[in-house]
Design a protein around this ligand. Structure first.
Ligand SMILES: OC[C@H]1O[C@H](O[C@H]2O[C@H](CO)[C@@H](O)[C@H](O)[C@H]2O)[C@H](O)[C@@H](O)[C@@H]1O
Ligand SMILES: [Ca+2]
Length: 780
């Protein structure tokens, strides 16, 4: 068992660390003391109460920058704020022996119950006088598989001694079990990142209820760490791209639309301010063709986004600054399409409306300057989009910024809807995405050659036969094919569909392989139905029921858009609905037949409000039993995915994986049709899985989960290797849409369910333990 051997130090000579009150919380003034006392008298639970301003640093759950900031640093306390504790006479005596140089070191300290969790009323604190050493010792003892995480797979003693703050580190208590030890590792890692050598650490911070801890981290830390905002100083860092490994990708680069001279000047200024970063700034041409986009493959760059003007109030100086946005996960720096919508839902839940709004501003800018909402704002994504959610996103932000009572909010909504209408017309209901025969739409982006952003060996199996045919290396083959020196229509078809798969957001799945660009998908047509309904409502409410389109000169009213929605609904029913199975299936516009791939996106028809009551009922009866797994909804049925082999490897958007967007849209859709209890049951499963991984795997929150695995659902070995599981010490961002799903899923949970989640009660035992009256809350 390792002992952190925290010792009395000279950092705060006035403090002996022992306090007969059992409360070592530092009080810097009488008024603060009174405030805390009153809080206690009100019987309020001090944990998780967010304390503000002066009191912030007393809060065991304050944000890391406060908790590990200078105000709590023992070495800086004499200068800033003495966090000393009241010395009691009895304690004085016991310490004085030691201070007087006692030889045999028999300290007559008070009984250990002074440091017991009970006697401290849950307010016990630890004192760690050497954070680096503590980290080394903790990892040496408990991280037996040496991956810098403490998980249930480590076989260490699972207990470590930590010095108490009351005794200034002399007395020790045990910290036990994977969860607390991994939280200790996380806190020490964070403390170290703040440059701290010594810390006081509330025990409550490392044995915090995991549901509270994860939702707190999402709201206060993860969103912050996922948020980006371009300015003069950080642009080179944001522009840098780790996905592409060509000599031309070595320097960070930003491409600016041809008609944004202010932004061009801004980025030139940024590059001149710090020449060593070698930021390259380029204009884009007016016409962006697939050929041009391919020509940038070796010299990729970030694409400029929307900026606002800031005026320095003291100097009057004007400067540009980017609107904030959130990135999907820690490994990204660019703004994504549908991830942004899904994160906006969670950001709004955490009152971070400015970031959600910023992303709507970026989408408006992208539609105006790149003619679509981009897959993400990198040059190699210029030809493709992602699932469209702009109307819903704009409406949510609109409500949060004041809605119809705020004229600025109305202006914002109108700008967003003008852009959405442009996108609807020019992207989703024009060729090649529109199928003129059915009137339905498909993911069908432009593009030439091999997507350069994928992992280098991603297409090797496909390309190998051609390399053999031409007797060249794979690298050479890639070059010859991309440059059009060799022509292979079969490869062209493969990559046409591959690009479409990526536009669908579902990259990749056997549902789409080799066929995606021909499929009128359930997902896309549900989303477009929602666009049509939303546009009709907004035209009626905010455009005086008359929308003049400056782009094509047309004038439309709400009735026109309602009619478009009605027509799409009819087409979806005609081409996609299969009453027998209860699924809405994709329609193959080339073969002119309905497919039979059973996908969780069938629930999107409920989310969009396109399904009838009867169809929703059938969905619950027939589809749900096939897609409901231990950890929530699975992306598709095992039967549809088919057998897996070396030649037919597993795909990440297939069985047995579950994805946050599928859960979120299904919960909302089911609730809208009166099946809130089904949504609650599914949400419990999903939250259970996330909470369990979080508890057992060092605070892990990943991009997707294997919803069939009970023990390690985060372990997904499919396609893109990095899914956010290989952090060292502490996970600092979670994953964007999973963060949202956690916050939204919790809204379905009552206190009983929250407690069960915190105890990691598996779904079945939990459901089986319910009283008959409670079972109906889960549609059981
Ligand atoms: O670089 C490989 C692929 O990465 C993206 O796809 C995956 O991550 C996205 C961000 O979370 C997500 O939107 C998408 O659904 C995921 O499959 C990217 O979108 C792809 O275009 C890219 O090829
Ligand atoms: Ca480990």
């Amino acid at each position: 068992m390792v002992d952190f051997l925290a010792k009395v130090t000279e950092i705060n000579p006035q403090s002996d660390g022992n306090n007969s009150e059992g409360n070592i919380k530092p009080l810097s003034s009488g008024s603060e003391q009174r405030a805390l006392k009153e809080e206690g008298q009100q019987g309020g639970r001090r944990h998780h109460r967010r304390l503000s301003s002066m009191h912030e640093y007393f809060d065991p759950f304050s944000n890391a920058d406060i908790y590990y900031g200078p105000i709590t640093d023992p070495r800086k306390q004499s200068k800033i704020h003495r966090l000393n504790r009241t010395r009691t006479m009895s304690v004085f005596n016991k310490v004085s022996d030691f201070k007087n140089g006692m030889k045999d070191y028999t300290l007559k300290r008070r009984g250990s119950e002074d440091d017991s969790f009970l006697s401290s009323q849950g307010n016990r604190r630890f004192y760690i006088d050497n954070v680096d050493l503590a980290l080394d010792e903790l990892l040496a003892s408990e991280d037996t598989d040496k991956n810098h995480q403490i998980t249930i797979e480590d076989t260490g003693p699972k207990v470590i001694k930590v010095g108490t703050a009351n005794s200034n580190g002399f007395k020790h208590v045990n910290v036990r079990g994977t969860y607390m030890l991994s939280n200790l590792l996380q806190e020490l890692t964070i403390a170290k990142s703040f440059g701290r050598h010594q810390i006081f650490l509330d025990e409550a911070r490392i044995n915090e209820n995991p549901v509270d801890r994860l939702s707190r981290l999402i709201s206060t830390q993860f969103w912050k760490n996922l948020t980006r905002r371009v300015d003069l100083y950080n642009i080179a860092e944001i522009a840098r791209d780790s996905k592409i490994d060509t000599p031309g990708a070595k320097n960070p680069r930003i491409y600016v639309p041809y008609n944004c001279p202010d932004q061009y000047e801004f980025y030139i200024q940024a590059s001149q301010m710090n020449p060593s970063l070698k930021l390259e700034v380029e204009y884009l041409p007016k016409d962006i063709t697939a050929e041009y986009v391919k020509s940038l493959n070796d010299t990729p760059g970030l694409l400029a986004l929307a900026m606002e003007e800031h005026v320095n109030p003291s100097t009057g100086e004007r400067s540009l600054v980017g609107y904030p946005y959130a990135v999907p996960g820690g490994r990204f720096n660019e703004l994504y399409g549908w991830d942004s919508y899904l994160m906006a839902l969670g950001l709004i839940e955490s009152n971070k409306v400015d970031v959600a709004r910023g992303m709507v501003e970026h989408f408006i800018f992208e539609i105006d300057h790149y003619s679509k909402i981009l897959n993400a704002n990198r040059s190699y994504y210029l030809c493709r989009s992602q699932p469209p959610f702009l109307t819903d996103m704009a409406l949510l932000v609109f409500e949060k910024i004041g809605g119809e009572n705020n004229p600025n909010a109305i202006q914002f909504l109108k700008r967003a809807f003008r852009a959405a209408i442009k996108e609807y017309k020019e992207v989703w209901t024009s060729g090649p995405r529109l199928d003129p025969i059915t009137g339905l739409s498909r993911y069908h982006p432009d593009g030439i050659g091999i997507p350069p952003e994928t992992e280098p060996d991603h297409f090797d199996t496909i390309l190998l036969p051609y390399a053999e045919k031409y007797n060249v290396s794979l690298e050479k083959l890639r070059h010859l094919y991309n440059e059009g020196i060799i022509k292979e229509p079969k490869l062209d078809a493969f990559f046409l569909h591959d690009r479409a798969v990526r536009e669908s957001g579902h990259d990749t799945t056997y549902r789409f392989e080799g066929v995606c660009a021909y499929l009128a998908t359930v997902d896309l047509n549900s989303l477009l139905y929602k666009y049509e309904v939303d546009i009709a409502n907004v035209i009626e409410e905010y455009f005086g029921d008359e929308f003049k389109d400056e782009n094509d000169g047309t004038v439309t009213n709400s009735e026109h858009w309602k009619q478009l929605a009605e027509t799409r609904k009819e087409k979806v029913n005609e081409y996609m609905w299969d009453e027998e199975s209860g699924f809405f299936f994709d329609y193959n516009t080339k073969l002119k037949c309905r497919t039979s791939y059973e996908s969780a996106t069938t629930f999107w028809c409920l989310w969009a409000g396109l399904a009838t009551e009867e169809q929703a009922k059938i969905t619950v009866k027939k589809v749900l039993p096939q897609l409901e797994m231990l950890g929530g909804l699975v992306a598709c049925t095992e039967k549809s995915r088919g057998p897996i082999s070396i030649d037919r490897p597993i795909r990440q958007w297939d069985y047995p994986f579950g994805w946050a967007p599928h859960q979120i849209l299904a919960w909302k859709g089911l609730s809208a049709y009166g099946y809130q209890q089904v949504a609650t049951r599914l949400a419990y499963r999903w939250l259970y899985m996330i909470t369990k991984s979080f508890v057992d795997y060092n605070g892990m929150v990943v991009e997707k989960y294997d919803v069939t695995r009970g023990t390690d659902p985060h372990r997904v070995d499919a396609e893109y290797g990095n899914q956010g599981a290989d952090f060292k010490g502490v996970a600092t961002e979670g994953f964007g849409w999973v963060n949202t799903s956690y916050l939204l899923g919790l809204k379905y949970m009552n206190n009983h369910a929250r407690r069960a989640l915190a105890a990691c009660s598996p779904p079945l035992p939990f459901f089986n333990s319910l009283k008959p009256s409670e079972r109906k809350l889960y549609y059981l």
